[in-house]
Design a protein around this ligand. Structure first.
Ligand code: EPZ
Length: 418
């Protein structure tokens, strides 16, 4: 199995250009099925999650033209058959095929989605939303069968502002009869991007980016071209790296507002950030003090950045805390970070990590436990003394387009080895 080999301690200079958002692209691609004409999506990240979605499209008979950072649907009709676990189980975002296929064909038959082991990852809010729209949902040994004679707009209140449930219910509602309201909806930039994409093909969605989204059903969705919004989590990951090792290191093609929760925390720790309209750069690094972080839904501190933030807090002076409120098992990267020399305690309920700073990390053989945990280990390797070998790197390659090339080009000593 390929591994990453990193020799740490190198200062990084130059420019890293952020790609399109994984968590938008993985929704836009299934959503394209809803369109009645052609669809072109650009700024698509070149990552294995997109390959997994393309495999499902191919299985359903949807032929697409895939470029390195684009995908074109010349025909969106599908052969609506059972989607097996071998395909849907490869990623969590396969669940967007539920909303899209239900919204267009009123019948879905597929296995439950997969995804990283950061928590139990239920989809009850998605399925409850489909039922509110008039669908009948049957679950049978990991398989979901959803049928609707007709989808009728409804008032839906989400127990939790779930990103996936918000998007999936919108997909099922865009062609339903009448008005659907989703209250307590998610506001993440990738949710906004999916709404803008659907409206660009003639959907009628309002309240975008607020907690109350209204969808008036339409009969026809026309051709569209769309650019995926920049990836706020990829951007944040590289801004953290710049804060630790940057010497005139610029992270560009980002919206600073999307990661204001991160930049405000980095500045609280003492990082000197230059924040432009579409870039963030670090001229030089300094001594930083420990801070406390609590993960929240957008616009709060994103759960997907708490693991990449851990090596930063390890490097700060003093004591820091990370409180993870979204997922129940998202400190799996801590064990290997301790193995590299960090001093971290996780509470017995697995909700709070206490980080005793000023630790100097030493390169070791470690593993990626999940996507963002893997990114965290890359950052540990970049700041550690000596050589770090990271195993299970398929997790990392699921969500970071050309991470090795991007870091090499700014001076990191990182390569994929067998
Ligand atoms: C999306 O997952 C992202 N994945 C996750 O990113 C991200 O951590 C998460 O949103 C939160 O921002 C994709 O977009 C593919 P949720 P999602 O529904 O949609 C509970 C990454 O690293 N919940 O907002 O699955 C759930 O258990 C990945 O890129 C229910 O209880 O997240 C969790 O506690 C990891 N029932 C909370 O809501 C449901 O039906 C947040 O889940 C759905 C969710």
């Amino acid at each position: 199995m390929p591994k990453l080999k990193i020799v740490g301690g190198r200062r990084l200079s130059g420019e890293i250009v952020v790609d399109g958002a994984k968590n938008s692209a993985v929704a836009l691609i299934p959503a394209s099925i809803l369109c009645d004409e052609t669809v072109e999506i650009n700024n698509v990240p070149d990552i294995s999650d997109i390959d997994a979605l393309e495999e499902i499209l191919d299985y359903l008979g949807v032929k697409v033209e895939r470029g390195k950072h684009s995908i074109v649907f010349n025909d969106t009709k599908i052969d609506n058959k059972f989607i097996p676990c071998s395909m849907s189980g490869k990623l969590r975002a396969s669940y967007y095929f539920m909303g899209a296929i239900l919204g267009k064909y009123k019948h879905v038959d597929m296995c439950f989605p997969g995804g990283c082991s950061i928590g139990e990852r239920p989809i009850n809010l998605h399925l409850k939303g489909f039922e509110k729209l008039g669908a009948v949902v049957r679950e049978d040994d990991g398989r979901v069968i959803i049928d609707a004679d007709e989808l009728v707009g409804a008032e839906i209140f989400l127990d939790f502002p779930s990103v996936g449930a918000t998007i999936n219910i919108i997909l099922a509602a865009v062609k339903a009869r009448g008005k659907t309201v989703i209250d307590n909806a998610a506001k993440e930039p990738h949710v906004i991007d999916v709404c803008n994409f659907l409206n660009s093909m003639g959907a009628c969605i309002s309240g975008i980016g607020t907690g109350r989204i209204e969808i008036i059903g339409v009969d026809h969705l026309h051709a569209t071209k769309h650019n995926v919004v920049p990836d706020m989590i990829e951007a944040g990951t590289y801004v953290i790296i710049a804060s630790l090792l940057g010497k005139n290191l610029k992270v560009s093609n980002l919206d600073p507002l999307h990661i204001e929760s991160l930049t405000s925390k980095l500045e609280e720790a003492g990082v000197n950030l230059e924040i432009g309209d579409d870039y963030i750069s670090v001229a030089d690094v300094g001594e930083y003090k420990g801070i406390d972080i609590k993960t929240m839904v957008y616009p709060g501190f994103p759960t997907d950045l708490q693991q990449p933030m851990t090596p930063f807090l390890v490097s700060c002076e003093g004591i820091s805390h990370i409180e993870e409120t979204i997922w129940e098992n998202r400190f799996q990267n801590v064990a290997d970070t301790i193995k590299m020399g960090a001093s971290i305690e996780v509470s017995s309920d697995n909700k709070v990590a206490t980080i005793y700073g000023s630790s100097k990390l030493v390169g070791k053989e470690v593993s990626a436990t999940d996507l963002r945990g893997g990114a965290s280990m890359v950052i540990c390797g970049l700041i550690a003394e000596g050589e770090t070998i990271i195993d299970n790197i398929s997790y990392i390659l699921r969500g970071y387009d050309d991470i090795v090339g991007k870091l090499n080009r700014v001076g990191a000593d990182i390569k994929i080895v067998d």
